[in-house]
Design a protein around this ligand. Structure first.
Ligand code: MRU
Length: 351
């Protein structure tokens, strides 16, 4: 892998345990948590030790492996029934990123076909999910970079990089491939309040790779787009509805509005596992509400009027009409709508 940051894995299976890079400590400290139970995995997802839609899905898949190991040890004939409760616990960890439910469903299907002791077979499935995500990201990197068209600066939001995925990244995968092709001169990264994924994670990833990055406060984005230096906004996604509406980190929607106003193109990069064709449009996407504390304090220090009421949605929904290009490993959809999304997600036919 040519990029330094991509050697740091957010999620790794090592010596019969799941290791998660504690993203709450970045960029100050690189420390892995070693997890041995599904309960610990659910807690780590809930508390944002690991975050980013694909990384959450991969983590949950490994969580099922840990659950099967414990349940098979506890009661070999009944491990399948017992694991169901662990899967429910993992599913309750965060609501918006559909990759979590997608990965749990895939592991659930694999469980049905397990013969004999389950751990090795389920571990192989979780590792396949992990590897397929990296391969998808590399493919999306190529497809998205091919859309850029000219050497330009780009703007991104949150962290849709190696840290948010199995490796390489979705939006940052396109940025990595575009930079390698000489098409990206600079990345502007929104700091991404309140959790600062842009300031802490995206800037860290890009700096390690030697990709020029400039941080800005979220509220500075429209002024940046007005300057005319940025030709593309490139973001990831947590869930994409059947009509192409996209849920992503809070603040994405106003970037899409500002991009359209300024004639800047808007690209969403996400694997097919982020598409939820069961939801007709974005209004049905469950939006996670997070603790008031995330806005009332910063780094443990109070920063707001004590007792102020808080609205803290973690995601917003960008209407499909504001999206110029949706990049998946299955291909690119320009100006997504229901028909194009259905075509993208239709099962491949032979000949
Ligand atoms: O709350 P987070 O950090 O899990 O939110 C992450 C995002 O919104 C990302 O943009 C999205 O998951 C895509 S990651 C490839």
């Amino acid at each position: 892998m040519p990029f330094a940051s991509d050697r740091v894995r957010a999620v790794a299976w090592r010596e019969e345990a799941l290791e998660l890079l504690d993203q709450r400590l970045l960029p100050g400290e690189i420390r892995y948590q070693r997890l041995l139970s599904a309960e610990e995995v659910a807690q780590a997802i809930r508390e944002m030790v690991v975050r980013g839609a694909p990384a959450i899905g991969i983590t949950a898949a490994y969580g099922v492996v840990l659950a099967a190991k414990a349940r098979y040890h506890q009661d070999p004939p009944h491990w399948r029934e017992l694991v169901e409760a662990d899967i429910r616990q993992l599913a309750a960890s965060r609501p918006t990123a559909v990759n979590l439910f997608w990965a749990l469903q895939r592991m659930g299907q694999r469980i049905k076909n397990v013969e004999g002791p389950p751990v090795a077979q389920l571990l192989a499935e979780a590792q396949a999910i992990h590897q397929e995500d990296i391969t998808a990201n590399q493919r999306m990197g190529e497809l998205g970079a091919a859309l850029l068209g000219e050497r330009t600066a780009v703007l991104t939001h949150c962290n849709a990089g190696a840290l948010a995925t199995g490796g390489y990244g979705t939006a940052l995968g396109v940025i990595r491939s575009g930079f390698a092709a000489g098409l990206i001169e600079r990345v502007y990264a929104d700091e991404t309040r309140p959790w600062l994924q842009g300031a802490r994670l995206t800037a860290w990833e890009l700096m390690q790779d030697g990709i020029p990055v400039t941080l800005l406060a979220d509220g500075a984005a429209s002024a940046l787009l007005h300057q005319g230096k940025v030709c593309w906004v490139i973001v990831g996604a947590d869930r994409i509805a059947a009509n192409g509406d996209v849920a992503n980190k809070i603040g994405t929607y106003h970037l899409a509005i500002a991009a359209r106003y300024h004639g800047v193109r808007f690209m969403v990069v996400a694997p097919a596992s982020t598409v939820d064709i069961s939801l007709q449009d974005g209004t049905a996407i469950p939006i996670e509400q997070r603790a008031a504390e995330e806005l009332l304090s910063l780094g443990g220090q109070p920063v707001a009027a004590a007792g102020a009421e808080v609205w803290n949605p973690s995601f917003d929904v960008t209407p499909a009409a504001l999206i110029d290009a949706l990049v998946t490993e299955r291909g690119v959809v320009l100006r997504p709508d229901g028909e194009k999304m259905a075509g993208l997600m239709a099962p491949a036919t032979n000949g």
